[in-house]
Design a protein around this ligand. Structure first.
Ligand code: CAA
Length: 239
């Protein structure tokens, strides 16, 4: 039985991924940053263990991963899902808005992957799956910080895929479009209506649709898929 860790796993896309992995027979743990209420509800509903730490902090990642591994065993599958937004037009964006988003969405990917990669090399198996975004592919007004970080995840994926290949480690990114989660619901309604009008499928995506993509990339069957970017956006943007 393989072990999976999902960051930002108590809500939204991360929770759907964690549950799908558990249902598919993986041993699963999730990480979360601070929403205790959501974490308590998630643990109650799913029985999946949730560990609190900030992925923006390298040392906390080291400790967090060590705790998960001592409970569940070495991590075979890392899903870098945790992410935040600080949407604001660039001329009003503060250095803090920039740094907060890059620290979590991009530096968090480094911090987490770095803690599991060496072990995966030794064990000759690994799956690194990073949840990037349509907005890392096409750019999005109001998201210079987020688009930069999400594009960074794609470059990271392509580079690390080349390093992992000889060791049975695949490294892939998924680029969700607009999915019905708290993050998208926080977009002003009038703007959200405009966005939905740009999606040919005519609706927001479901978190479970991203989870099913993760299941494929995590599987042994996907061993030849590495360095790829899987676009799951209802036809809103083609790369
Ligand atoms: N798509 C289409 N039009 C958009 C847009 C978008 N994503 N974002 C902003 N606009 C438009 C607005 O509708 C508005 O148009 P009009 O002047 O014609 O009315 C114009 O841009 C300016 O927007 P605001 O009046 O809202 O300006 P503001 O300064 O008050 O706020 C903003 C700017 C913070 C960027 C706000 O518009 C906003 O939050 N936009 C959404 C940005 C976005 O798409 N974020 C994605 C969040 S979900 C996510 O990040 C998950 C993921 O990976 C996809």
């Amino acid at each position: 039985m393989r072990t999976a860790l999902v960051t930002g796993g108590t809500r939204g896309i991360g929770a759907a991924i964690a549950v799908a992995l558990k249902d598919a027979g993986y041993r699963v743990a999730v990480n979360y940053a601070g929403n205790e209420e959501a974490a308590a509800r998630f643990i109650d509903d799913t029985g999946i263990a949730a560990y609190r730490w900030s992925i923006a902090d390298y040392d906390q990642c080291a400790e967090g991963v060590a705790s998960v591994e001592s409970a569940l065993g070495p991590i075979d599958i890392l899903v870098n899902n945790a992410g935040i937004t600080r949407d604001v037009m660039f001329h009003k964006m503060t250095p803090e808005d920039w740094r907060a988003v890059v620290d979590v969405n991009l530096n968090g990917v480094f911090n987490m992957t770095h803690r599991v990669f060496a072990n995966m090399r030794e064990r000759k198996f690994g799956r690194i799956i990073s949840i990037s975004s349509i907005n890392g592919q096409k750019g999005q007004m109001g998201q210079a910080n987020y688009s930069a970080a999400k594009a960074g995840e794609i470059g990271f994926t392509k580079a690390l895929a080349q390093e992992g290949a000889r060791f049975g480690i695949t490294v892939n990114a998924i680029c969700p479009g607009y999915i019905a989660t708290d993050m998208v619901m926080a977009v002003p309604e009038a703007v959200r209506e405009k966005i939905i009008a740009q999606i040919p499928v005519g609706r927001l995506g479901e978190a479970s649709e991203i989870a099913r993509s993760v299941l494929f990339l995590a599987s042994d069957d996907a061993g030849f898929v590495t360095g790829s970017t899987l676009t799951v956006n209802g036809g809103q943007y083609f790369v």
